[in-house]
Design a protein around this ligand. Structure first.
Ligand SMILES: O=C(O)CCC(=O)C(=O)O
Length: 255
C-alpha cells in the first residue's frame, strides 16, 4: 500500500493515480443499483434530459434506454444519493491530497459503454472544455464494472498533463473537442484496467481516450469532477448548478 506522499508524487509525475477498492462491496452494490435506476429512468429526476445519446440510438429505438445512453450528466446535483457519492470522505481525502484543502465540486458524468455497442471517446484533455485558470481540476473515474481492454477501459498518456495542447473543434462529432492520435505521445499510452469499486483520479490536462466496447458486458464509469476553490474563470461559465464548496474556504473573485 503506497503512502500518501508516494501517491501524490506518482500523480504529480504521471497525471493520474489508481486507488484500489476505494468502495467496499456494499457501497459498490448500492451505487450500481442507483446507477441502473438512473439509466433506466425509473425516477423523474432521471428523465430524458442532460443525456448524450449514442449516435446509433437514432436507428435503434427498440433498444432499452440504458443501452442508448453514452453519457448522463449532473446526477449529483439532482439526486441525494449521487451527491452522497460525490462527497464520500474516502474520495475527498484523496482529492485533498492531490489538489489541496480548498475543494469545490463541478459535476459528475456517468459514462456508459453498452455491450458490443458503446462507442469510443477520442483523445482529449478535459481542461480544453473548462474555462478556468490554472487548469488543475481532478476527476475521480469510479469503475462500476471491471474496466478492461476488451470493454473499453480508459487509456491515458502518463506525463501528458504538463501542458494544454490546442484542440480541434469537431462541430459534427459527438465529441466537440479533441486531439488527433499523432498530436499526442500515443506510444506511451497505457490502458487503465480497474476492478469494480476501484477508481482512477486524473488531472484535467491528462490526455486520455477510450475504445469501443467489444465485450458482451457493460463498462460503466461514474466520473466526479473537483476543483480548487482558488481557480479563476477565464471566460464566463454559466453552470446552472453552480460550484459548491465541499472543503476549505471560498476566495473572493474565484470560482
Ligand atoms: O469513460 C470514458 O470512456 C471516458 C472518460 C473521460 O473522458 C473522462 O473521464 O474525462
Amino acid at each position: 500500500m503506497p503512502t500518501p506522499a508516494q501517491q501524490k508524487a506518482f500523480f504529480e509525475e504521471n497525471g493520474y493515480l489508481i486507488v484500489e477498492d476505494i468502495l467496499n462491496a456494499e457501497q459498490l452494490e448500492e451505487l450500481r443499483r442507483r446507477v441502473d435506476i438512473a439509466l433506466e429512468g425509473k425516477e423523474p429526476q432521471f428523465g430524458d434530459f442532460e443525456i448524450q445519446w449514442e449516435p446509433y440510438a437514432r436507428e435503434r429505438p427498440d433498444l432499452p434506454r440504458a443501452q442508448k445512453i453514452r453519457v448522463m450528466f449532473h446526477l449529483c446535483h439532482r439526486d441525494p444519493f449521487f451527491w452522497s457519492h460525490a462527497v464520500r470522505p474516502e474520495i475527498l481525502d484523496i482529492v485533498e491530497l492531490l489538489i489541496g484543502p480548498d475543494i469545490k465540486i463541478y459535476t459528475d458524468q456517468m459514462f456508459v459503454k453498452a455491450p458490443l455497442q458503446g462507442t469510443a471517446v477520442p483523445y482529449h484533455q478535459d481542461s480544453a472544455y473548462w474555462p478556468v485558470e490554472p487548469p488543475n481540476l481532478v476527476s475521480c473515474w469510479m469503475a462500476l464494472d471491471d474496466a478492461t481492454v476488451e470493454n473499453g477501459c480508459v487509456r491515458v498518456i502518463p506525463g501528458s498533463h504538463k501542458a494544454l495542447l490546442p484542440h480541434h473543434h469537431y462541430p459534427e462529432s459527438i465529441q466537440s473537442l479533441g486531439l488527433e492520435d499523432d498530436e499526442v505521445d500515443a506510444d506511451r499510452e497505457i490502458p487503465v484496467e480497474l476492478k469494480a469499486g476501484s477508481c482512477m483520479f486524473h488531472h484535467s490536462l491528462l490526455a486520455h481516450r477510450s475504445a469501443p466496447n467489444r465485450s458482451p458486458h457493460y463498462r460503466k464509469g461514474l466520473v466526479t469532477i473537483y476543483l480548487p476553490s482558488t481557480l479563476r474563470f477565464t471566460q464566463p461559465w454559466d453552470f446552472k448548478y453552480g460550484f459548491k464548496l465541499l472543503r476549505g474556504k471560498e476566495y473572493p473573485g474565484s470560482v
